[in-house]
Design a protein around this ligand. Structure first.
Ligand code: F0G
Length: 423
């Protein structure tokens, strides 16, 4: 495959200027992020379904299974860890908790590095390989860096992660170090790390794989594709997910808009983006009807502790196209929802549980009717942030109610004491 054979183009999300598909740039000259425009494809939902029984690695990946709708890249370039094919759980207890007749949760924490980031990362790192890059970088609140570190190691590339010092949960920090990434703890917040990684990667020729990278968005579209496949191509009324840097809600919207344009579905789900109150610039702009006003972000859900989201404008476009809504939830609501999601046996990291907290609010407000068909996305695994779990159950989260705490009890090493404790 030569650069001439590349069939997609990159197009500006604001001014529609186009660029060749394999240029190493993520933003238009006007400054806005670029998106991939795919060539038309003959792929159909039926044909994608037939791949479910295949043993080929590309078919077994829950991203590359949809490759004609994601990115028609040459197979030799693909770096995959067979990501995706996560479970869609029917969760009656949680449905009752939020006030719905039925609720299904797509658990993206079941990806290889335990978050949805693997779906975008397989595509971005594959393109990096296609471009002959040997070094990749990202700024991250933790999950993107964990994922990048794993895919870079798989591909034999050097990874550089820029993380806000002291604000990355241990599960994620461990992964970046374990997978061999050069880990830079920036003495600043995520937004500062994001601005640094953009300038440093440009000047050093390191390939940037944050979600400003259009190929990350392409891979994350597969969350929406797989939800539809799980539902036998019936479109749900709502998809609900947390928002931080705001790439993911745009990715899901973009993918489903493309499926509708191709005639594979006849309507779009409404998308609800849930933000933490202390990191809610999209919510504020959505309420005001105005532009982005960056904020100093603070929340226990460190994954979405972002005050100046890179995909803000694309998120608005996705909301407009899907008649979407934005809700915000307090940190107390997030930890309460987390105790319920964890206690139901599923478990997810704090940011993911904003989905359930926000959904509860939207149902209570009457925005989402009780009989709506709703899919919530749990974006990361319960083990990503063990610190918060332990602090919650030991009643050590300062300023929080620990209503559902389940602390361990210390027991003398005798049968009598153990029996007394369990009775
Ligand atoms: N949930 C989790 C678990 C995340 O890690 C993130 C983002 C989000 C939700 C929000 O997704 O940014 O597309 O709106 N984490 C990024 C990171 C910022 O660096 O890992 P988004």
């Amino acid at each position: 495959m030569t650069a001439m054979d590349v069939q997609w183009t990159l197009v500006c999300s604001r001014c529609e200027r186009t660029y060749p598909g394999l240029v190493e740039r993520h933003r238009c000259e006007c400054g806005r992020p670029l998106d991939v425009r795919l060539p038309p494809s003959a792929m159909t939902p039926d044909a994608v379904d037939r791949r479910l029984t295949s043993r080929q690695p590309l078919d077994r990946s829950g991203v590359w299974r949809f490759r004609e709708w994601v990115l028609p890249l040459d197979e030799a370039s693909v770096v995959t860890r067979l990501e995706g094919h996560t479970n869609l759980y029917d969760v009656p207890k949680l449905a009752a908790h939020v006030g719905l007749d039925r609720l299904r949760l797509k658990h993206e924490g079941e990806n290889p590095t335990a978050s949805f980031k693997d779906r975008g990362m397989t595509v971005a790192v594959s393109v990096a390989r296609r471009l002959g890059k040997t070094r990749v970088a990202c700024a991250s609140t933790g999950n993107t860096s964990a994922s990048m570190a794993s895919y870079a190691a798989t591909a034999g590339m050097q990874a550089y992660v820029f993380i806000p010092e002291g604000k990355v949960a241990y599960g994620k920090l461990s992964q970046a170090m374990a997978f061999g990434a050069k880990t830079l703890q920036i003495e600043g917040d995520f937004d500062r790390a994001m601005s640094l990684v953009q300038s440093v990667s440009a000047s050093e020729g390191i390939y940037l794989v944050n979600s400003v990278n259009p190929f990350r968005i392409e891979g994350q579209k597969a969350i929406g594709f797989e939800i539809l496949q799980d539902l036998q191509w019936q479109v749900p009324d709502w998809i609900v997910l947390p928002g931080g840097n705001l790439g993911n809600n745009w990715a899901i919207a973009k993918g489903l808009m493309e499926l509708r344009a191709a005639g594979h579905i006849d309507r779009l789900p409404r998308i609800a983006v849930i933000q933490a109150e202390g990191a809610s610039p999209l919510y504020a702009a959505y309420q005001r009807g105005g532009d982005l006003q960056p904020m100093a972000a603070e929340t226990v859900a460190t994954a979405i502790r972002i005050g100046n989201p890179v995909s803000f404008h694309r998120a608005l476009a996705g909301l407009a196209a899907t008649d979407g809504v934005v809700e915000k939830v307090t940190d107390q609501e997030i930890v309460d929802a987390k105790a319920v999601v964890d206690g139901a046996g599923l478990g997810a990291e704090p940011a993911s549980c904003a989905t359930v907290a926000g959904l509860k609010k939207l149902v209570t407000a009457g925005t989402v009717p009780p009989d709506a068909s709703v899919v919530g996305v749990l974006t990361g695994h319960v083990l990503k942030d063990p610190g918060l779990v332990v602090d919650y159950h030991l009643g050590r989260l300062e300023g929080f109610n620990h209503t559902l705490a389940n602390p361990p009890v210390k027991v003398e090493a005798t049968e009598a004491a153990v029996l007394a404790a369990i009775r």
